[in-house]
Design a protein around this ligand. Sequence first.
Ligand code: NAD
Length: 457
Amino acid sequence: MNEIHQILKLQDEFFKSNKSKNLDFRISQLKKLKTLLKTNEKSLFKAIFMDFRKSEFETYETELAVLYGEINTAIKKIKTWSKPKKVKTNLANFPGRSYIFLEPYGNTLVIGAWNYPFLLSLSPLVSAIAAGNTVILKPSEISINSSHVMANLLNETFAAEYIHVFEGGVEISTALLDERWNYIFFTGSPQVGKIVYQAAAKNITPVTLELGGKSPAIVFEDANLKMAAKRICWGKFLNAGQTCIAPDYLLVSTKIKDNFLELLISEIKNNYGENPSKSDAFTSIINNKNFERLRLLLNSGNIFYGGNIDKDDSFIAPTIICPTTFDDEIMQQEIFGPLLPIIEFESEEDFIPILKDREKPLALYVFTNLKTKYQKIIDELSFGGGVINDTVVHFANPMLPFGGVGNSGIGSYHGVDGFKTFSHKKSILKKGRWFDPFVKYPPYSDFKKKLLSWILE
Ligand code: NAD
């Protein structure tokens, strides 16, 4: 723990030297990070395979490609993003010119989750570097091989006074949270998010909390059902459902439910074959604790399709749970696994009031061709972000801020929003010297008050 304190002290001194703020330095560090990842891709693929038995293709598609995109965007845009922004000056401040400067917070802490270990730890790191901060990163101890490879590569490549990785679980996390930070960026569960928020409050440290929740996908009767089944199946069973923005459950119109279930099953078979335990494209469950939690949830529901498990292989098959109601056990917690409950509805009035009473989810997906239908969902329900007629893919557009709302999180990142998240907006008004309105100065008088109200109102 002494080591944490010492390295943070070094980072504090380094930040105060202004070196991390230099734009050319930031760009060179982002390039260095990209080269490091590119030249060590094999080790990255191997670590993820050891943690999840995941294919190289999926690791590239869902982690590295998105990460490279974030780095490239930051390198290209950093000079534009960091330019002071000139804004209008109101009459009361005449004569003057107003600017917003984005300054780095300073010493930042990034705590990552296990399910996409590289992306969820390194993408905030990219934003923090781009904004000119120093970083201490703590990846999740659960995806242990990925944590090791990140610690080895980053600690060998970057000076500890600038970027350093501490590995470990609750104990290390708690020790890190005991320190005083200028910013904390946390990805994980709402339960731990509350602990992080409390720790940050001690020093009035600003936070981003990227949390989870139960994200619904809604399928209306007019949707292109085959496409909906294909896209839901992909988003749900990617990483064996261990995705914070995976559709957690489906709300399906009664009118098309039977047909839609058949289409879903056919998509599962297309993607993972008759026996998904033999599929290279299907990931394992991360550890025994999650396996057991999912096994209990599986047994509590009506298995409509799938349901096979193999503890030795940490395998749980893509499984459809139907019929399901909002009162069922599986609807009381985030599933974070390959179990897909299906709830039927006659009209949107069957679920909109219920969703309004539940915690706000991180994502929501709606499948329909009718603008009136998806517009009503957007207008009436609160959720982090979502997609019309697809799942998950909004995460991969760096132009869209990504984050939750309410129980699913505070703040957002990606692209310029990541840069802004790690920057304080410093407002500067530069006053002209050639004129100084006498009205604001004492002694006060009725005449001055009238004049002031004439100017200000
Ligand atoms: P978690 O909250 O258990 O752990 C996240 C991090 O917090 C880990 O680094 C862990 O070591 C640390 N931690 C755990 N207990 C702690 C404690 N008591 N005090 C301090 N630190 C502690 O979450 P997880 O299991 O790694 O990830 C799953 C959750 O994260 C799900 O809810 C999922 O939806 C959410 N998630 C959200 C996003 C997002 O971008 N919004 C992305 C991935 C996962």
